[in-house]
Write a protein that binds this ligand. Structure first.
Ligand SMILES: [Zn+2]
Length: 414
């Protein structure tokens, strides 16, 4: 069994859109009221009843609230229960130290509500259109951009800068086939987003940079607009639309690149990069200001623009589906090591793109050379040759958290 989320753009009528806003508003209110209850009233509740707030007790409170106010009862109860479930999850994450204390949901940011899978129905309308029946809202059309697979567990309707969307969480019956494709090493960089050990190079589309430039201009315009004015609000929406488009273009590329790679290779070796440490600000403190702060912030922006982490997550599940594996190795000195003779020499990196070994004279594209090293590092023999201690266990895919890696800053990661 595998879980997949499939997202579609909805095209609701104006009445349906009004209902969407009402549903999102009421669910947000229920969430915020329940948060307030847990935050401010738990002591009183505990002394009166001897119990603590949890999902079940807050569901009973919800039933009382629904009996009192018609406009709250007008929204499907299961949606409101899902909001309470989200809050319960947020609290258990907080108590286990996985996240911060839950914060109230805000209008314009958290405009979403969720139905359970058994409440909804999906039907094909034409070759390009389908419709989903949502309780108390009715049939809503959406562009059927890809087939819906498996059993629908739940449906989330949410609003972003590009409109209303429905995400179907599906559970799909799946048996991974035996994978006999060859292995590959991938070096992630800024000039070339991905360099494969086969010599192939892949980069994020140029339109991404163009849209980033437009976004920066739009941000500057926004800064000039008077707070609270209608023109500022319009400009804010313009900025949000550009940001959403940029994210969509990047995600689209990540999916395409990951699909290509997962189809042609069985085992993919990546560097174990700590992206948060790599993109830390060089600002420093007032007593000890950092150097080259602007340059570092520019590099950080380019690193983050490549979307390395998102790519890794997408690639991991695509490989998983095809019986492939994602392995991660230490990134130290991969770009300074010669893939022919194994000599480590910082002088060998002649320029950003060229690698010329100071010992054997081997010439290659720097990223290609690094990708070969990454692939080799997965086998024990090369680790000994390079004089590195073997990096302990090898981590795969998403089931493990990204480990702390103090070498990422100093090493030849990118
Ligand atoms: Zn060499």
């Amino acid at each position: 069994m595998i879980n997949r989320g499939l997202r579609y753009k909805l095209s609701p009528s104006s009445e349906q859109e009004a209902l969407f806003r009402q549903f999102a508003g009421v669910c947000r209110l229920v969430y915020n009221l329940a948060l307030e209850q847990r935050r401010d009233w738990w002591r009183q509740y505990n002394s009166e009843t001897g119990r603590h707030f949890n999902y079940a007790s807050q569901c009973r409170e919800l039933t009382r609230l629904r009996a009192e106010y018609d406009w709250i009862a007008a929204v499907t109860q299961t949606c409101q229960q899902q909001a309470l479930r989200d809050l319960d999850k947020a609290f258990s994450n907080f108590l286990r130290g996985r996240s911060r204390y839950p914060t109230p949901r805000k209008k314009g940011i958290n405009d979403a509500f969720r139905f359970q899978g058994r409440e909804v129905e999906v039907e094909k309308v034409s070759a390009k259109w389908s419709a989903v029946r949502l309780p108390k809202i009715g049939w809503v059309k959406f562009r059927d951009t890809r087939p819906l697979r498996g059993a629908v567990k739940n449906v989330t309707v949410s609003l972003d800068a590009l409109g209303w969307h429905a995400s179907f969480a599906c559970e799909i019956e799946h048996f991974a086939p035996a994978n006999t494709c060859p292995p590959v090493g991938i070096d992630r960089g800024v000039a070339n987003t991905l360099a494969l050990s086969t010599g192939e190079r892949m980069s994020v589309p140029a339109s991404l940079q163009a849209i980033e430039r437009r976004q920066r201009v739009a941000q500057r315009t926004l800064a000039r607009r008077k707070k609270g004015s209608a023109r500022r609000l319009r400009q804010l929406q313009r900025c949000a639309r550009l940001a959403a488009r940029r994210a969509r273009i990047r995600r689209d590329w990540q999916h395409k690149a990951a699909l290509d790679i997962s189809r042609s290779f069985g085992c993919v070796v990546l560097e174990d990069l700590n992206i948060r440490n790599m993109t830390a600000s060089a600002r420093g403190t007032i007593e000890e200001p950092g150097r080259m702060v602007r340059q570092k912030s520019g590099l950080n922006r380019s690193i983050l623009n490549q979307g390395w982490f998102g790519f890794e997550t997408i690639l991991a599940y695509k490989l998983d589906e095809r019986g492939g594996r994602l392995l991660k190795v230490s990134p130290a000195f991969t770009s300074q090591t010669c893939s022919e003779c194994g000599a480590v020499e910082s002088q060998s990196r002649e320029s950003q793109a060229a690698f010329v070994c100071q010992h054997c004279g081997f010439r290659a594209h720097a990223d290609h050379n690094a990708a070969i090293n990454i692939l080799r590092r997965n086998t024990a023999s090369m680790r000994m040759e390079e004089g590195h201690k073997p990096p302990g266990e090898v981590r795969t895919g998403r089931e493990f958290p990204l480990p702390e890696n103090p070498q990422a800053e100093a090493g030849g990661g990118c």
